[in-house]
Design a protein around this ligand. Sequence first.
Ligand code: MD3
Ligand code: FE
Length: 206
Amino acid sequence: AREQLGDGAWLLHGHVLQHEAALFAAALAVAAQSPFRRMATRGGGMLSVAMTNCGKVGWISDARGYRYDRIDPLTGHPWPELPSLFGSVAREAAMAAGYDALAPDACLVNRYEPRTKLSLHQDRDELDLAAPIVSVSLGLAATFLFGGLQRNAPTRKVRVESGDVVVWGGASRLAFHAVAPLAAGEHRLAGACRINLTFRRVASPA
Ligand code: MD3
Ligand code: FE
């Protein structure tokens, strides 16, 4: 079932349930090469969510701010290649939401443990703002807070479960959003954690 969350934003319930175990295993394989780590922020704080990346470029944050880089600063090597299953899932999910096929050059892998969260923000470090972002949830369920184009706009709560996909583009591409603190629990595949994959097109088209 395809649920419209806003102008250009779609929730595809259970869309990748069939690939849940393979996606989870591929995320762990990425983390075996480029480990999950908590990143610093410009303000001197630390993100509570642990992150890694795969693909041509990866999203990083440190005392200098946010950016995409081809090199993992923790390993000093390029990020792991995008697993082929990730590429096909991103391409197909974008199309299922009514967009052109997405050819992601970045995949940010977020690992949430109980009580960790992502504060309200916009995703605007990508040069290609025409491409949608595809988000795949695995493991424990979470609550997304989906706001508007202004930071102070009201937010709507959206519950996402393992195997759900959210695609946001168009008028929602720059919407403010957050992830509420993860509730404790136990997932048969992921244990006490949630993994989120976000597939992005960072480089400008051609
Ligand atoms: C915006 N990650 O890494 S996208 C991020 O669960 C990030 O880890 C989220 O935000 C996570 O930058 C997944 C959250 C999201 C969901 C629905 C939206 C953002 C949205 C709908 C419209 C606009
Ligand atoms: Fe985001």
